[in-house]
Design a protein around this ligand. Sequence first.
Ligand code: ARG
Length: 458
Amino acid sequence: MAKMWAGRTDGTTNKLADDFNSSIHFDYKLYKQDIKGSMAHALMLAAKGIITDKDAEILISGLESILADLESGKLQFDMQSEDIHMFVEQELTKRVGDTGKKLHTARSRNDQVALDLRMYLRDEVDTITVLVKNLIAALTDKAEENKTVIMPGYTHLQRAQPISFGHHLMAYVMMLMRDLERLADCKKRINVSPIGSCALAGTTYDTDRKFEADKLGFDSICLNSLDGVSDRDFAVELMSAISLTMMHLSRLSEELILWTSWEFKFVELSDDFTTGSSIMPQKKNSDMAELIRGKTGRVYGDLISLLTVLKGLPLAYNKDMQEDKESVFDAAETVKMCIEVMTGMISTMSVKAENMLKAAQSGFINATDLADYLVKKGMPFRSAYKIAGQLVALCIQKNTVLEDLPLDTYKEFSELFDNDLYGEINLTTCVEKRISEGGTSFASVQKQIDYVRENLDI
Ligand code: ARG
């Protein structure tokens, strides 16, 4: 079939080249944005007297009927079309005749595709934002339920100091709160209208770019037409934000995988979010968490592919830029799925408080508190640290724990030890006493929870 751009050439191309060039099999997703954008364009053209009001009316009702028919399934995308923009315009001309051919006045597919993508992505930001909030709510609920559950906190994956499990979960909430900020921030730069940049240089028609931008809910317009058609920073920025969210989900997934292992047994995932093995009947695998961890690599790949596509492009539009869509669509679809699955996993998991406590009771994770006890009685920290270390070594040798060493033994190391030391090294005390801002005390965890609930209204 001859192309709409037949002119200099007869518009027929090699079938292989056609298929290679075509993007409708993925940019059909932009149909709604493309149609709404065209409606605003028709309105602007009429408002400026470039086409008549009657023409605008015909164009808009034609576009409305296409939208309705696509949504009801009456109209199918024509996979022979080059892209969604050509498809809509062709269909419009089929429906309204020659008036349809007026729509593309003072416009190019270059500013049109930039417009559509920005409109699509700003909606995706809103959807992802709601999903992140839901996950924050699930984590915050779990944190509140488990505020007083004591677990070992780790560094180097070695037991380090006792913490509240609620505190651990709230750490992820804080990461996700920053993700929300990043999403809101990148939306500011997505929501700038490129339409009216035309092919690259603007137009000789007396257009009103602000009018069109306002109709489409944009905050402002791009100030340079070359930049307007060439900029895909906004998509890169969104993918960077999404990549960080995936990184956070992936770290949480990794912990869930560890915690559900027989070695840890800190949590059990609901049967709804685990799988069995086709050969080993005893297995309950954390496949969903593993998939989230795996899909993180895929989203990073999406980000890197767009960055790489863009890095060598001369201004202004180049067809390379058609490669932006699959990456950014994939990244957005993937993060949405992963957040939803994570939310389901978190809200249905059960916490094995007794196993967490048992793990906290071995590993001498109250040794810092033992040293602090001596410091509070007047000993310099380095000396206290050494004595605490020697006492740990003694416990290991005697196969016992700090809580069970008799006071006489303590006194052999320092006269400052007294009976009150046992209260100080009790695990609950160790947690409860970490009252510094942002620390793991139960009061501090509650403060974090209150902060999040207040800020997000959850
Ligand atoms: N399908 C194209 C894309 O996604 C639309 C813009 C095409 N512009 C052009 N001059 N060939 O980038």
